[in-house]
Design a protein around this ligand. Structure first.
Ligand SMILES: Cc1cc2nc3c(=O)[nH]c(=O)nc-3n(C[C@H](O)[C@H](O)[C@H](O)COP(=O)(O)OP(=O)(O)OC[C@H]3O[C@@H](n4cnc5c(N)ncnc54)[C@H](O)[C@@H]3O)c2cc1C
Length: 347
């Protein structure tokens, strides 16, 4: 049995933000338990491509403030040149240009994982226990007991940052967690858990040389939206976007072929000279998604008041992007909830 003052379940942006704030307040007796073999949760950058979260805007004040504090740079999404609108697969492409007066979204220099890596460097790797899936949470007299496969942890306060619907897999001392809370957990869609992303890297930004921005939009296509995803220093050149969910159940080979055909049609045959091609279907990732896939394209209303309350006599707290009344579902919401939770823990 491992005893800690605080246990944080989940090493995504929310859990790491809480840990960072605890550390800043001199509270070092905590442990983060993470099911995956990596930290970051829905923030995941590989070979320079963000397969999870990417963009944020000026109004995402919590992201901007955290990046400033961590001294992680941001930069504008590349959007110069003509963008492609595919509104009908039979009709020729329609082109449009972005308004230079309305700035595009920001990206994080080094990929979104740069923010996660910086948080971890402040918190310390030894505070995160990977490959640890929590299965049970029990209310004990003055403590909360957290059970994982190989170990049991006991803490004065425990925070659950797992997306609410995924957290329904945990066996809570059921009679002490109101039924309404369990229902709210079940009913809360995990933002972007249905998304499929594709990323390709290239030797040159061939689209830019044709005065194309790399942006391609169109729900009717195999790729619903695509963007230039080159790095801040313009040293590696990439395209990244979302795959139409209609492509989920075809074979990986067929999907790849149809994606390449689509991109070739609108951006040119240079697409076929890619250096690397990768996809990530989040619906197949058990730490984010569940069996019943629900396709939602507009962020639902998040921040159910049930998640603002504490349970087990103020010893159990819910946190995470989906619990946030501010920009729920987004990185900004994850940070907001992480900050709020740190306050609840220290109080
Ligand atoms: C494809 C995609 C694109 C996105 N694009 C954007 C974007 O452009 N802009 C934006 O602002 N947001 C975007 N988001 C949303 C953003 O990623 C999330 O808001 C944010 O990362 C959520 O952080 P979190 O800590 O709340 O949750 P998570 O990142 O989900 O963290 C929860 C953690 O809990 C862990 N866990 C799960 N079960 C257990 C268990 N039983 N025991 C222990 N640990 C467990 C998980 O492995 C995970 O690490 C996107 C998400 C996806 C998937």
């Amino acid at each position: 049995m491992i005893k800690k003052k605080y246990v944080i379940i989940g090493a995504g942006l929310s859990g790491l933000t809480t840990a960072y704030m605890l550390q800043k307040h001199g509270e070092t007796d905590f442990l983060i338990l993470e099911s995956r073999d990596r930290s970051g949760g829905r923030i995941y950058t590989e070979k320079g491509i963000d397969y999870g979260a990417t963009w944020f805007h000026n109004h995402h004040e919590n992201v901007n403030a955290l990046l400033d504090e961590l001294e992680v740079n941001k930069f504008y999404q590349y959007s110069k040149g003509k963008s492609v609108l595919v509104y009908n697969t039979m009709a020729p492409a329609h082109y449009f240009e972005n308004d230079p007066n309305s700035p595009s979204a920001y990206r994080i220099a080094g990929g979104s994982t740069a923010m996660i890596d910086k948080l971890i460097s402040k918190i310390g790797n030894d505070k995160i226990q990977l490959n640890t899936t929590v299965t049970e949470i029990n209310n004990r007299e003055a403590t909360v007991e957290v059970v994982a496969e190989k170990e049991t942890y006991v803490a004065q306060k425990v925070v659950v940052t797992i997306p609410p619907r995924i957290a329904t897999r945990i066996d809570f001392t059921s009679e002490e967690l109101p039924k309404s809370v369990r229902k709210s957990m079940k009913d809360t869609h995990t933002w972007m858990s249905n998304a499929i992303k594709v990323g390709l890297t290239f030797k040159t930004p061939f689209w830019r040389n044709k005065n194309l921005s790399g942006t391609l939009i169109g729900q009717v296509g195999v790729v619903t939206d695509l963007y230039d995803h080159s790095d801040v220093a313009d040293k590696t050149f990439s395209l990244m976007g979302f795959v139409n969910e209609g492509m989920r159940d075809v074979t990986a080979e067929e999907r790849k072929q149809r994606i390449l055909e689509h991109l070739q049609k609108y951006l040119g045959e240079e697409v076929l000279d890619y250096i690397s091609y990768q996809e990530k279907d989040w619906s197949k990732d058990k730490n984010t998604s569940c069996n019943k896939i629900k396709s939602i394209y507009m962020s639902p209303r998040y921040g159910n008041p049930d998640f603002a309350k504490t349970y087990f006599n103020r010893k159990l707290i819910f946190s995470g992007a989906e619990t946030s009344p501010v920009h729920g579902g987004y990185m900004d919401g994850a940070i907001y909830s992480g900050l709020l939770t740190a306050k609840k823990m220290i109080d």
